[in-house]
Write a protein that binds this ligand. Structure first.
Ligand SMILES: [Zn+2]
Length: 446
């Protein structure tokens, strides 16, 4: 087989990997690289394939055309609902005569993206439950594909096992090993053992934190951190705002649970939260949907904020903007562009960490300094990551015993420590562990 590491190997974003097996090609993920989009001026925010290619925001899959492989693509297989894994589908999937197969939440979020951008794809969208399998018709044979439930920072994330004549390709981008997820199921270790027994030819592995000597804590730890801040600090009579990732449904559940304990009315602000929460509701994975109120559009938002401004002690605001994104709700609140004025000691809880790109770091520093001028209390980093640490990766590789490993999900600085770890486990650089770049090509012999 041949493997093309199209995107996500020199940056955190625009993930895409192609597997070529004689007459058939499969694509794992089709994501966006967000920083160049965040940097666009408001007037330039017109998204189409040409524009997004010109700023390097989508994977450079044109290499498949030059190799004559575009017509051989049989399926696009997104692993989960994060934009760096599905965000480019609306713009480039129509280049392929291929179905798109993902878990129900992934497909629901994708449908919402398509609706928002008024794009109709001709590709068939197919939902497959976590922990089930499907078959994809190739030119002259069928391929079994398993979507194995795994834990991450959004629900219904899958590890994808593609069964080939040369062995299994296991795509593990992104994951952590969380035995106590707040929402959704535990990693399916039983199935993973089965796959390991059958034989993993190639493991494509989320190595973002392979250099971090730790075990990534469970989501239950993030819940405990939130509980500490929300329930054991003095906040009577004060405003309370929590900002987190809109796709992190489990986290939103914890925030909502503690908001209820505080007897506060819970209001979710903005379109982004609505997008993910309504997708989760549609697949019946939003247990808090009756406990929250949504304010989505400008009028609703302003009306709600005017009410909250008068009786802030009775409300919990949940909104986006933890990366300091210009135009986000928290950004606009901090610039007094919305009808809500901060008061001394209002609580702002960041249930997030800064995604370390220069543009995020700068935006966030500016946001914090504006917020501090309002005299508010900031609670940073009330969060645990959704990506496996070095010691999780050691356990995972030991469990799966893959023949070959391809570290993924980041630039070489992020992924290189995985090579060192693999060497500790008996692998040899460039023999059975391969550090790849964007646009790379690797031949694995049967
Ligand atoms: Zn992810």
């Amino acid at each position: 087989m041949r493997i093309y590491t199209i995107g996500g190997y020199e940056e955190v974003g625009k993930n895409m990997t192609a597997i070529e097996l004689k007459d058939d090609v499969f694509l794992f993920d089709c994501g966006l690289f967000l920083p160049p989009i965040v940097e666009l001026e408001e007037s330039e925010k017109i998204y189409n394939e040409k524009k997004l290619r010109s700023i390097g925001a989508v994977p450079n899959d044109l290499i498949l055309d030059s190799l004559g492989l575009r017509e051989k693509v049989r399926a696009i297989l997104p692993s989960h609902a994060h934009l760096d894994h599905i965000g480019a589908i609306p713009y480039i999937a129509q280049r392929y005569n291929a179905e798109i197969i993902g878990t129900p939440f992934t497909i629901e979020v994708l449908k919402t993206l398509l609706k928002d951008e008024k794009i109709e794809l001709k590709n068939r969208l197919k939902s497959i439950q976590p922990n089930s399998s499907t078959f994809i018709q190739g030119k002259s044979r069928k391929y079994q594909v398993d979507f194995i439930n795994i834990t991450h920072s959004t629900i219904q994330t899958a590890m994808i096992a593609l069964h080939t004549e040369e062995g299994i390709v296991l795509y593990c981008n992104d994951f952590k090993l969380d035995n106590n997820p707040i929402l959704g199921q535990k990693p399916n270790y039983e199935k993973l053992h089965e796959v390991a027994k059958e034989g993993v030819k190639v493991l494509i592995l989320d190595s973002l934190y392979s250099g971090d000597e730790r075990k990534t804590a469970s989501e239950k730890v993030a819940r405990a951190l939130l509980e500490e801040v929300m329930l054991t600090t003095q906040n009577k009579g004060q405003g309370m705002i929590v900002t987190t990732f809109s796709s992190h449904i489990a986290r939103l559940k914890s925030i909502t649970d503690f908001g209820k304990e505080l007897n506060r009315k819970i209001v979710f602000l903005g379109r982004s939260l609505n997008k993910y929460v309504s997708s989760a509701s549609r697949i019946d994975m939003c247990p808090f949907k009756n406990d929250i109120q949504m304010a989505i559009y400008k009028n609703q938002l302003e009306k709600e904020l005017k009410k909250i401004n008068k009786e802030r002690e009775k409300y919990l605001i949940v909104c986006t903007g933890h990366q300091g994104e210009p135009g986000s709700i928290l950004d606009r609140l901090s610039k007094s562009k919305l009808p809500f004025q901060f008061q001394n000691h209002d609580n702002i809880i960041f249930s997030s960490s800064v995604i370390p790109t220069p543009v995020n770091i700068e935006n966030r520093a500016k946001l914090d300094s504006r917020l501090k001028k309002h005299g508010v209390r900031l609670f940073n980093n009330v969060h645990v990551s959704g990506h496996a640490g070095r010691e999780d990766l050691r356990d995972f590789v030991t469990m799966m015993q893959p023949e070959n490993i391809i570290p993924a999900h980041g630039d070489l600085e992020k992924t290189r420590p995985m090579v060192e770890l693999a060497k500790e486990l008996g692998y040899k650089d460039n023999k059975n562990i391969f550090l790849m770049r964007d646009g790379g090509r690797l031949e694995i012999n049967g």
